[in-house]
Design a protein around this ligand. Structure first.
Ligand SMILES: [Zn+2]
Length: 469
């Protein structure tokens, strides 16, 4: 019973939508990130959370000399506490980590550590080592086969002995390789801690949150072998490493520096929203009991009220959201949530005004443009379709969003612009990782598009695209 799964997510008609992992493409050529799509990560898009994470991460990226906007924060829908990098372009953070982190500083600390991995080029170093080691394993196997083969040629029982000697070579070889890989991982973890702490110091923030997170996982490692969290596994916490980190953090000039109350509120609202959208309403009501009248608790309960369903669900949830808007009218995401609930209830026309207000207050992020375009297309008259086209064209300049391309394709089909529609459908398939369908649509589009036009060129890129091997 989880909201994002409850609704078919063909279109991004809600605050939270799950997209295909290939949506992580952030290079200029709109090429899908091969690692992320290979992992099939369920990514969540949400303007409120993305804006907060960007505010957490941007100063850290700048401090690391990576501030050109080429790294994106990506939200992975997964209950486990984890954050990781697979390349130099994305920092992935699980919803579990966001839900469980009590302060902005804890998430910022994790981001700082991950940024340390990126700045240190750790993933590339590890990959090239694995490639080297795979060659070694292959060599060991070849050696083993040669030994076995050689023995067989001489005949007799000795063949078996030499054969097991060959196996011992292989086993010994991979054990050594594993050990040296783990040693490299450990030194990378320590290096990422130190780099992360440097960025935190440079931005005037405490390293305490980072320390708290790693201490928690070190404890889990000791308490139970079966209850190891994925974060602990992907970030092995050696006790000497933790001791060093503790000392560095305590010595840092910003040790007792706290997050501002404004940032803490945004953090709590984010956790409330994740809870409200992703968790069972009963769980949400337990986590945020009626006695808690804070904005985050009311936010979570309004969403849970909606997803609980039944009599008056929409009216009550919208009324509770209206009350939030009355208390904090300048917060764009209460307006956006109201619009989202109305959209989900099939009242697109009523969603448009609150969405326009949200956009105005949030400085028109691309995702909200896509949401407004969705609402306008549900209304469906000629003028609304035209506005949705203009919104989507702007949104898709800044945002890699296959859902947006599908919406734009839909609008073009309605306007009778079939080649443009095919070109957008091709983009959507391409970003979703379906190269075959993408090329079929790109070829069909290109035949009728003006040669050299932007749509023609983008279709051409898809037709000539060679997947990485
Ligand atoms: Zn790490």
């Amino acid at each position: 019973m989880e909201s994002a799964l409850r609704t078919p997510t063909l279109f991004l008609r809600k605050g939270i939508s799950i997209l295909a992992a290939a949506a992580t493409a952030v290079s200029t050529m709109l090429l899908p990130t091969s690692e992320a799509s290979a992992q099939g990560l369920p990514l969540i898009r949400d303007a409120e959370i993305e804006s907060l994470l960007s505010d957490y991460a941007s100063p850290i990226f700048r401090a690391a000399g990576l501030g050109s906007g080429r790294i994106a924060m990506r939200i992975v829908r997964n209950d486990a506490f984890n954050a990781f990098v697979v390349d130099g372009r994305n920092v992935f953070v699980h919803t579990g980590a966001l839900l469980q982190s009590e302060t902005p500083n804890q998430v910022i600390g994790v981001i700082a550590h991950e940024t340390g991995h990126i700045a240190g080029g750790h993933m590339a170093a590890l990959r090239s080592r694995i490639a080297r080691d795979q060659t070694k394993i292959l060599l060991a196997q070849v050696l083993g086969i040669l030994l076995i083969g050689g023995a067989a040629a001489t005949g007799g029982d000795t063949g078996r002995d030499i054969g097991s000697a060959g196996q011992a070579v292989m086993q010994g070889g991979s054990e050594l390789i594993m050990r040296s890989l783990l040693a490299e991982r450990r030194s990378q973890e320590a290096a990422a801690d130190q780099a992360g702490l440097k960025y935190l110091n440079a931005t005037g923030q405490s390293g305490l949150g980072m320390l708290e997170t790693f201490e928690r996982f070190a404890q889990q490692e000791y308490i139970s072998d079966t209850h190891k969290d994925t974060f602990a596994r992907s970030h092995p916490v050696a006790s000497d490493r933790l001791a060093r980190l503790r000392e560095l953090v305590r010595k840092s000039p910003n040790y007792s520096r706290k997050d501002t109350s404004e940032l803490q509120l945004r953090h709590d609202l984010m956790r409330a929203k994740l809870s409200g959208y992703l968790e069972n309403p009963r769980t949400v009501f337990n986590r945020y009991p009626k006695s808690d009248t804070s904005l985050p608790a009311r936010y979570a309960r309004a969403l849970a009220r909606f997803f609980l369903g039944g009599n008056q669900a929409v009216e009550q949830a919208v009324a509770e959201t209206d009350a939030l808007i009355r208390d904090k009218p300048s917060y764009p995401y209460f307006w956006e949530t109201k619009a989202d609930l109305l959209m989900r209830a099939g009242r697109a026309a009523q969603a448009i005004a609150p969405l326009r207000r949200a956009m105005q207050l949030a400085n028109s992020p691309p995702l909200m443009k896509v949401e407004l375009a969705t609402a306008l297309q549900s209304v469906g008259d000629e003028k609304s379709i035209a506005e949705s086209v203009s919104l989507l064209r702007k949104a898709l300049i800044d945002d890699v969003n296959p859902t947006g391309h599908r919406l734009l394709a839909g609008a073009y089909y309605k306007q009778g612009k079939l080649p443009q529609a095919d070109a957008e459908t091709a983009q959507a398939y391409f970003l979703e990782g379906n190269l075959k369908q993408a090329q079929i649509f790109a070829k069909r589009a290109q035949r009728q598009l003006r040669k050299g036009s932007p749509e023609w060129l983008r279709s051409d890129d898809i037709i000539n695209y060679k997947p990485e091997t």
